[in-house]
Design a protein around this ligand. Structure first.
Ligand code: MG
Length: 265
C-alpha cells in the first residue's frame, strides 16, 4: 500500500488529507484522520485524481532523526571514524520539502551536498522496543535527501546548522507500507540524470531493527516520526537549477529541484 498526503484545492474537504494511492498511480482514495492507527484508515468514500491535487510531504512528524556515518564508504569520503555508538542528529521540521519542491541553497554556504537515503516512518508509539519486535513499530519506508552544508557541518561545534537549513530534507513521494526491515534494498541518487550515489541497505552499519531498538531506548518514537538511515558513498555538490532524484528500490522515486537563495531586497 502506498500512503500519500495531498493538498485539496476544493471539494468537500479543503485543506489536506491522507489517502491510499491506487495501484495504477492515478487516483487517491481519501481516508479520515491519520493513516497509522490500528483499525483506522476509514475511507471517506471520496476519490480524487492525483493530477488534480498536490502531493505534500507524506508525514507530519514530531521529529526527524538521522543516522550519520552509517555506510563505510561515506564515512571514508567524509574523513569520519567508525566505531562507537550510532552517530545520530536531528533535523528541524522546517527542513521538510515535498515531492517536486525546491531546496533553497543558502548563499552563506559554499558547499551544499546531497545524501540520498532511505527513510523509515514509525507507525506505533515505540519506547524500549527490542530489535526482534521493531517491525511491529514501522509503518513503512520513503525516500529522503539529507541535504548538508559541508562548510558548516565541519566548521561549527555541532552539525545542527549544517544539516538544518530550511528545505534541507526533501521527503516522499509517498510511504510504501509493504516492507520488510531485513530485505536488501537498492538506493540511488542522480543529479541531472547523472548517477552520483548507488548503494544497498545490506551495507548499513547499524541496520533498521538495531536503530529502532537504540533510538527507542532513550526517546519515545511517535507515529509519523522519521528516521533517515544514512547515506552511501558518492555525495557531491548541489547547484541552482539541479534536478535531484532519490530512488529506493520497491518504494519509489523522490524528485526535487535546487534554487539559489533569493537576494535580500
Ligand atoms: Mg545523512
Amino acid at each position: 500500500m502506498r500512503v500519500v498526503r495531498v493538498g485539496l484545492r476544493s471539494g468537500s474537504a479543503p485543506g489536506h488529507g491522507y489517502g491510499i494511492l491506487a495501484k495504477d498511480g492515478e487516483t487517491v482514495a481519501l481516508i479520515a484522520g491519520l493513516p497509522y492507527a490500528d483499525g483506522g484508515r476509514e475511507p471517506t468514500g471520496e476519490t480524487v485524481r492525483l493530477s488534480d491535487v498536490t502531493l505534500l510531504v507524506p508525514v507530519e512528524p514530531s521529529k526527524i532523526l538521522a543516522v550519520g556515518r552509517n555506510f563505510a564508504a561515506h564515512a571514508e569520503e567524509m574523513g569520519l571514524a567508525l566505531g562507537g555508538p550510532p552517530s545520530v542528529f536531528m533535523k528541524p521540521l522546517q527542513t521538510l520539502v515535498a515531492e517536486g519542491g525546491d531546496v533553497v541553497l543558502p548563499s552563506s554556504s559554499a558547499k551544499v551536498e546531497h545524501e540520498g537515503e532511505i527513510a523509515v516512518v514509525i507507525g506505533r508509539t515505540a519506547r524500549n522496543v527490542s530489535k526482534a519486535d521493531a517491525a511491529d513499530y514501522v509503518f513503512g519506508f520513503t525516500c529522503a535527501n539529507d541535504v548538508s552544508a559541508r562548510d558548516f557541518q565541519k566548521g561549527d561545534p555541532q552539525i545542527t546548522r549544517g544539516k538544518g537549513f530550511d528545505t534541507f530534507c526533501p521527503l516522499g513521494p509517498w510511504i510504501e507500507t509493504d516492507v520488510s526491515l531485513t530485505q536488501e534494498r537498492g538506493l540511488s541518487c542522480t543529479v541531472n540524470g547523472e548517477l552520483r550515489q548507488s548503494g544497498s541497505t545490506r551495507d548499513l552499519i547499524y541496520d533498521i531493527p538495531t536503530m529502532i531498538e537504540w533510538l527507542s531506548s532513550w526517546t519515545t518514537l511517535l507515529p509519523g516520526d522519521v528516521v533517515l538511515m544514512g547515506s552511501p558513498g558518492g555525495t557531491g555538490p548541489l547547484l541552482p537549477g539541479d534536478k535531484v532524484e532519490v530512488e529506493v528500490e520497491g518504494v519509489g522515486v523522490l524528485t526535487h529541484l535546487c534554487v539559489g537563495e533569493p537576494a535580500e531586497s
